[in-house]
Write a protein that binds this ligand. Structure first.
Ligand SMILES: Cc1ncc(COP(=O)(O)O)c(C=O)c1O
Length: 377
């Protein structure tokens, strides 16, 4: 492919920090670089407590344990998401109740959630799709009224905001991804934000295989042992050191990505004002962290034709999630409700190539190819 969909971006500092990490004499987790990443993120965004994880999947699994999800509990979440959002709760025995997205933007529809709450509802998981915030005030009001946990799947949402408050800090827990397709990367990687003090101690225990090893490493206990359930959720120091190189350059990375996003937006705008092509409508309370750039076709046939056309030009554009409620694993467990907006976004979203060092001439070529598709037809 002439223009791939994604390409990992290197700040140039990764090798320096990875070498340093390898010379510290501690390669396992929770060493110098893990702490440096924690401090940097907590200070920059004001999170009460964060823990790096090996993936966002791991962070979601930790959140499910911390929320005390048990067999029979119901967890409401969008169907338009990645499997990990659901798997983390399925693994605890939850029943997943899939909600539809709104009509205008592929985020969960809060009004749809209202109709799904029962006395078994233990948690609601929201996904800030492409880093664009869900309607968090409305959701937190519902959470207070019906007493459920709110988990933010902030996989796409580092350095993004809801009414100037960082995403991932608004619910009880926030789960981030540093997978190589995200804004800030470490190959595989993730982070859990713990926004309620009462869960911090237990989070550290679950993170370290159900032991109090973190307290031991701080000198708070003189030996460590097994005191709860848990798993090995923490990344090795080599990964954290790579991540640190990215995090210390986050402002520069974000500036580059926002510039790319704006270039796409301005160049494609004429097509949307002619009604040929749809842009998502970003709500006024949401910030745009330039996680991805997507357009919306009229239907699936048009989407497939556009993707083929782009491929013919050497450009990899891609669709996104296949709805979970109709997946092979879940369709017989789903309660049968149609989720029309979910199906629409699944059929019609086209994600254009997007990476931090995407060159201007490549953006121009992508846009030219989209234009050609719509003028030749
Ligand atoms: C919404 C969402 N949640 C969770 C994940 C899982 O992230 P990770 O690959 O870091 O486990 C993804 C993956 O892209 C995602 O899109």
């Amino acid at each position: 492919m002439k223009i791939p969909f994604n390409r990992p971006y290197y700040t140039g500092r990764e090798a320096h920090h990875m070498t340093r990490a390898s010379l510290t004499g501690k390669l396992s987790g929770n060493g110098l670089y893990t702490k440096k990443c924690h401090e940097l993120v907590e200070e920059k965004y004001g999170f009460k407590k964060v823990l790096l994880t090996h993936s966002c999947t791991g962070a979601l699994e930790m959140a499910a344990i911390l929320a005390g999800i048990e067999p029979g509990d119901e967890v409401i979440m969008p169907s338009f998401t990645f499997v990990s959002t659901a798997n983390a709760f399925i693994l605890r025995g939850a029943r997943i109740i899939f909600a539809d997205t709104g009509k205008e933007y592929p985020n969960i529809d809060i009004d749809n959630i209202k109709g799904l709450i029962t006395d078994r509802t233990k948690a609601v998981v929201v996904v800030h799709y492409a880093g664009v915030a869900c309607d968090m005030d409305s959701l937190m009001k519902l959470a207070g009224k019906y007493n459920f946990f709110v988990i933010e799947d902030a996989a796409h949402a580092i350095d993004s905001y809801y009414k100037n408050r960082p995403l991932g800090s608004l619910g009880h827990f926030g789960a981030f991804s540093f997978h190589e397709t995200k804004n800030i990367i470490s190959g595989e990687g993730g982070m859990l934000a713990i926004n309620d003090d009462q869960f911090i101690k237990r989070a550290e225990i679950i993170w370290e295989k159900g032991t109090n090893r973190v307290a031991f490493s701080r000198g708070e206990v003189n030996k460590y042992g097994w005191i709860d359930i848990g798993s090995s959720f923490l990344p090795a120091e080599i990964i954290s050191s790579f991540l640190y190189a990215q995090l210390e350059n986050i402002d520069d990375i974000q500036q580059k990505r926002i510039k790319i996003w704006n270039t796409y937006f301005n160049m494609l705008k004429p097509l949307t004002s002619k009604g040929v092509l749809g842009f998502p409508k970003v709500p006024s309370y949401a910030h745009n962290n330039a996680n991805m750039f997507f357009i919306i076709t009229q239907n699936r046939k048009e989407r497939d034709a556009l993707l083929m056309h782009m491929k013919g030009k050497g450009i990899l554009a891609v669709f996104h999630y296949i709805p979970l409620h109709s997946s092979e694993y879940y369709r017989d467990r789903h309660d049968g409700r149609d989720l029309p907006n979910t199906d629409h976004f699944s059929d019609c979203i086209v994600r254009l190539p997007f990476y931090t060092d995407l060159a201007e001439e490549d953006i121009a070529f992508v846009v030219q190819s989209v234009r050609e598709f719509y003028t030749v037809r």
